[in-house]
Design a protein around this ligand. Structure first.
Ligand code: DGL
Length: 252
């Protein structure tokens, strides 16, 4: 069984990719929406939430845990690996490397939370891969809240997306790395807003979830953790789970 957690519903964008590769697997998902967003919270707070959720998922029978949250990965995954040495943890990776290879303008846009953008994990990745390109970063201000409300399109979502996207596009970005697992649910709105602002620019959006799911599969195969007992999903949340369940239904 695969345990997945996020500060909210965003981790479903990672589940969606895992499910494609593991069609006969059982999953248990925890949305920490009573404590969402994590983006502006301190590291110790996120570590204590991640520890509590890890215990919950292990109690449910998870044999591997996917930290389907960039902010929680940056803040907590190294502590989790130390404290639970027998549990494999899969985290999110900022997809700077593929973006650097694909940009034509030489400007890579990154949208992420404040917590992710200031974390060592992100800063080290950026230093390693972004030598010859310019990185235009912006916090996706209000994006997590939109997805948590289930409001991923429409005039209000477009206005909120535009405020954070335009500065990046104005710097010349032709590729946007989504550095938060909530943001893929806003991809269509991001593309629409970008096409209105820069109709001649071909904008590529990179969601790291498929690569993270491939990595999870490799680890599971290596550790003999893949199950073939048939698909199942248990959804849990620390707050109201109405929108989590609604978003889950849109995946199929
Ligand atoms: N999905 C989380 C991430 O990937 C959102 C963080 C937040 O709650 O601010 O970073």
């Amino acid at each position: 069984m695969v345990g997945i957690f996020d500060s909210g519903s965003g981790g479903l964008s990672v589940f969606r990719e895992l499910r494609k590769l593991l069609p006969e697997e059982s999953f248990v998902y925890y949305s920490d929406n009573a404590h969402c967003p994590y983006g502006e919270k301190g590291r110790d707070y996120i570590i204590s939430r991640a520890r509590w959720i890890t215990d919950f998922l292990l109690d449910k029978g998870a044999g591997i845990i996917v930290v389907a949250c960039n902010t929680a990965t940056a803040a907590a995954i190294s502590t989790l690996r130390l404290e639970y040495p027998d549990v494999p943890f899969i985290g999110m990776e900022p997809a700077i490397k593929p973006a650097v290879k694909s940009t034509s303008t030489g400007v890579v846009g990154v949208l992420a939370t404040a917590g992710t953008l200031k974390a060592d994990k992100y800063l080290n990745t950026r230093e390693k891969w972004a030598d010859n390109v310019k990185i235009a970063e912006h916090i996706g201000q209000g994006f997590v809240e939109l997805v948590e409300k289930g409001q991923t399109s429409g005039p209000e979502a477009e206005a909120i997306v535009k405020d954070s996207l335009q500065p990046i596009l104005d710097e010349g970005a032709d590729i946007i790395v989504l550095g938060c697992t909530h943001y893929p649910f806003l991809s269509e709105t991001i593309s629409k807003v970008a096409a209105e602002l820069y109709p001649d620019r071909v904008l590529k959006i990179i969601d790291p979830a498929p690569a993270v799911a491939r990595h999870a599969l490799e680890v599971m195969e290596d550790k003999n953790l893949v199950s073939a007992e048939g698909f199942s999903m248990e959804l849990h949340a620390s707050g109201d789970d109405t929108n989590l369940r609604k978003l889950y239904k849109t995946l199929y």
